[in-house]
Design a protein around this ligand. Structure first.
Ligand SMILES: CC(C)(COP(=O)(O)OP(=O)(O)OC[C@H]1O[C@@H](n2cnc3c(N)ncnc32)[C@H](O)[C@@H]1OP(=O)(O)O)[C@@H](O)C(=O)NCCC(=O)NCCS
Length: 175
């Protein structure tokens, strides 16, 4: 249940989610707080998306979770475990919630599920993420679940008005 009593379902992403995930990816760019990409920059095909979904399914240190409300896919979290031998215990994720469902606890539900999965995975010991410094809601969510800032690239992103934003790295050490 979300804070307002709405029923939320969290499940593993499947091939049948491809088109809705593409639609959501474009929606996140259009409703762009926290995004580096601008509209028109991402061109995903159905086949790309199927490959992306299967990449998550086929490796035990990857995971794609989707969030559904009343049959509508309202957000997702995608975790990639690193491939290099000395980095195998680490991974990073991306997270996005449709605008009309933000600040209702969906992001927290997805990230909490990911953290419990990672703790039980047997390989993952550390979760990394990148977030744009002006994404106050994202940073509040990550801090509320124990992530700490681990570094920042200053002036990494240059916005259309000429102003700069830092790219912040955060990490959660599980053990
Ligand atoms: C960032 C994002 C994933 C968070 O998911 P969400 O479902 O909106 O987040 P939740 O409702 O679970 O939690 C947000 C937290 O931030 C807090 N919050 C909300 N608005 C805030 C604001 N403007 N400033 C600071 N904190 C804020 C909420 O109170 C909540 O904290 P709490 O659970 O301790 O009360 C989502 O808003 C989103 O998709 N944004 C656009 C894309 C994006 O930024 N993706 C992440 C890139 S790193």
């Amino acid at each position: 249940m979300l804070k307002d009593g709405t029923k939320l379902t969290v499940r593993v992403g499947e091939d049948r989610d491809a088109d809705q995930l593409i639609e959501n990816a474009n929606h996140f760019i259009e409703h762009g707080e926290g995004q580096v990409l601008v509209p028109g920059e991402l061109k995903l095909t159905h086949e790309d998306e199927i490959k992306w979904i299967r990449n998550h399914r086929d490796k035990p240190t990857n995971l794609l979770l989707v969030a559904e409300v009343e049959g509508k896919l309202v957000g997702h979290i995608d975790f990639y475990g690193a491939s290099r031998k000395r980095l195998l215990h680490t991974g990073h994720f991306g997270l996005g919630i449709r605008e009309e469902y933000r600040s209702r606890g969906v992001g927290k539900a997805l990230l909490s599920k990911l953290i419990s999965w990672a703790k039980g995975n047997g390989v993952i010991e550390k979760i990394n993420l990148q977030v744009i410094a002006n994404n106050a809601r994202g940073i509040a969510l990550y801090e509320s679940l124990g992530f700490l800032e681990s570094g920042r690239k200053r002036r990494e992103i240059k916005l259309e008005d000429g102003s700069y934003v830092d790219d912040v790295s955060m990490e959660l050490i599980l053990k």
